[in-house]
Design a protein around this ligand. Sequence first.
Ligand SMILES: CC(C)(COP(=O)(O)OP(=O)(O)OC[C@H]1O[C@@H](n2cnc3c(N)ncnc32)[C@H](O)[C@@H]1OP(=O)(O)O)[C@@H](O)C(=O)NCCC(=O)NCCS
Length: 168
Amino acid sequence: MTERPQKKAEAIETWNFVFPNQSNPYGNMFGGELLAIMDSTAAMAAIRYSGQTVSTASSERVIFKHPIFVGDRIRTVAKVVLVGRTSMMVRTDVFVDRNEGESGEKDILSTTAHFTLVAFDENRVPCQVPDLIIESETEQKHFELAQQIKAHVKRREERIQHVVEKWG
Ligand SMILES: CC(C)(COP(=O)(O)OP(=O)(O)OC[C@H]1O[C@@H](n2cnc3c(N)ncnc32)[C@H](O)[C@@H]1OP(=O)(O)O)[C@@H](O)C(=O)NCCC(=O)NCCS
């Protein structure tokens, strides 16, 4: 049996302007628009990591901490923080740059989410991804948080299954 390769994850960064057609009438960016940007940045991180095509299986723990407004510049940073056999959990953070000069604000953490993506082979069968190398303290912290989220999701799914079996 061939040994599973190991790999370090790299952070993928995208920048976007927030346009009026991405907001509600009060000038706040729609959560769904933001999630689309986060999901596609997460997918790029997962593709770079696995070297395969990927699909999003789930998104978890989306925290909208600070609103984003029309005209803001958003920097989305995605990195694989936990891997299973064929799945990768990607932490995705969005930072906001707002205004310029004296009133300028830079790098405000606005939103964090964890996406789980699955790698596929050419027949669209889930395939093994490399084992994750964790080096820094931050990587270890993010790995442990991702483990807790995964365990929480598993417990939640088991409870839901129980309810579905009981009530249909
Ligand atoms: C994601 C998908 C491939 C999983 O299919 P499946 O038959 O459950 O596949 P498997 O049982 O082999 O699971 C593959 C991996 O996905 C993980 N997985 C499956 N469903 C999941 C979910 N809802 N959340 C998180 N992980 C999930 C499994 O734990 C497994 O991970 P592991 O190999 O690291 O242990 C399938 O449900 C799918 O194609 N969904 C649609 C994806 C899509 O269209 N995304 C875009 C939506 S906008």
